[in-house]
Ligand binder design. Structure first.
Ligand SMILES: Nc1ncnc2c1ncn2[C@@H]1O[C@H](COP(=O)(O)OP(=O)(O)OP(=O)(O)O)[C@@H](O)[C@H]1O
Ligand SMILES: [Mg+2]
Length: 198
């Protein structure tokens, strides 16, 4: 199974999402590989900081082994239409992180129009905590355009910054909100397994 994470804007939580989806899939039976397809190598350096702490194998996007059960690919921001189509064709599902901000939403809505809706799902990320309703409003806006969106939203937590600094998934950081943060990605992982099984 191949899951590719791509987005039209930088800094929307692509690498964070790729790492946590890989961490979730690694809890299932099977070998999980996370491929870093971004030239800034943020996934590779994240994982290097943590030493052997991650439960999956990390490799360069150019040297992916073929003995995986689950392959998660992190990509560089701003793919062209052709690149996006190619990514969609080679993946079981494209996960498109998008923050609930006007710029990010506009970039996402504008670019996805060319892709068949069964190839991808938009994941709202870095969603501000309640009482903010920005996440829900973004979900409604995307649904109006009939774009597929994950039910689960990834909330904004400082635990992710700790995770990034220590080079581990958020499930392994010491933070009062770490369990809640990990629960978001676990729920996304379950949605992915359900979407791909269909
Ligand atoms: N849910 C979240 N809550 C709080 N901070 C987050 C969350 N998701 C990601 N971040 C932080 O936001 C920053 C950008 O995230 P990340 O590197 O995953 O984005 P990206 O889309 O891969 O960026 P780039 O386009 O540079 O590759 C990082 O510092 C990360 O720790
Ligand atoms: Mg990145």
């Amino acid at each position: 199974m191949i899951v590719t994470v791509a987005s039209f804007k930088g800094g929307v939580g692509k690498s964070t999402t790729a790492i946590h989806i890989a961490a979730f899939l690694a809890t299932k039976r099977g070998k999980t590989v996370l491929a870093d397809g971004d030239s800034n190598r943020s996934v590779m350096s994240w994982v290097e900081r943590g030493g052997d702490a991650v439960p999956f194998t990390v490799c360069d996007g150019d040297s992916i082994p073929d003995d995986y059960d689950y392959l998660v690919i992190d990509t560089a921001a701003r793919p062209t239409d052709d690149e996006l189509t190619a990514l969609a064709e080679t993946s079981d599902l494209l996960v498109i992180p998008c923050t609930p901000t006007t710029f990010s939403l506009e970039a996402t809505i504008g670019t996805l129009a060319t892709l068949p809706t069964d190839r991808y799902k938009i994941l709202l990320t870095v969603v501000p905590p309640k009482p903010s309703r920005e996440g829900e409003k973004a979900q409604i806006a995307l649904s109006k355009f009939e774009l597929p969106v994950f039910k689960t939203m990834i909330r904004r937590f400082t635990a992710y910054l700790k995770a990034e600094n220590s080079g581990v998934p958020v499930s392994q950081v010491r933070d009062p909100k770490a369990t809640e943060a990990w629960a978001d990605y676990e729920a996304v992982g379950k949605e992915i397994l359900k979407a791909v099984k269909k």
